[in-house]
Write a protein that binds this ligand. Sequence first.
Ligand code: PSU
Ligand code: MN
Length: 304
Amino acid sequence: MNKYIRLSEEVQRAKEEGKPVVALESTIISHGMPYPQNVTTAREVEQIIRDGGAVPATIAILEGEIKIGLSREELEILGRAENTAKASRKDLPYLMATKQNGATTVAATMICAAMADIPVFVTGGIGGVHRGAEYSMDISADLEELAHTNVAVICSGAKSILDLGLTMEYLETKGVPVMGYQTDRLPAFFTQSSEFPVHFRVDDAATAAATLKGKWELGMNGGAVIANPIPKAYAMKEETIAAVIDEAVRETEEQGVTGKEVTPFLLQRINEATGGQSLEANIALVKHNAAVGAEIAATLNQKR
Ligand code: PSU
Ligand code: MN
């Protein structure tokens, strides 16, 4: 590989044996969920991927090193540490140079996964174009990464803390296919759908894998979004979550929260305001995505 990257033994072995590997991000652990549910969920998600016939590779920066695959102790460190830096593309080189810890966002996880030749990545939700971005210009680096880096992201769409319509427009402009997994509409994270159509509906892992394979074999760089709705039993009521999100967005404006703090602030406010219900939904959707992601990784691996 290279001197900046260290693969766990499990991931190293999987690569040698030609097994499918699924990348997982760490900002969802450090900034997306409270302790201890964050660590428990991270472990359970890894196990779902193993049960699905693939090998999990949770990615983070630890003491300046890119780690692909984390031990139980390392997951615990990220889950407990309240001051772990949120690491997106701009942050990686500095955190490495100064030997710090960093929890990788979707963008940074894609970068590290691509370096380790892991084309499939599972998470909860991607960043996107924030509401009011026409003035704030707050557009997640996740979208630009999806435009350039060859990793597919299996997620449950994006939270409506974002402007989902503008997020879809941005992805279209950048040539990033958004595929609805067994759905015609973009899932809105806590709810199964939104008013926005996806670019394509795919009904099985084989179609998703064939699309990715064709794209990359043609030399068309960039990622793809595979949007998998939250299981119905865990989906939240549209009105309940909409009101909570509107209030949280208002608070960011009132309190002048900007930059990389915006998304973690919103996630925390939503968790607090829904008294655990949104956390339960969040956990359920990530687990569902892990099962689908393992299947897509296994199918793509056979084709490669
Ligand atoms: N959205 C969620 N949960 C998350 C994130 C986004 O529903 O945990 C995290 C992801 O790591 C994502 C990042 O890549 O926030 C986006 O942050 P920003 O908007 O600052 O780019
Ligand atoms: Mn931002």
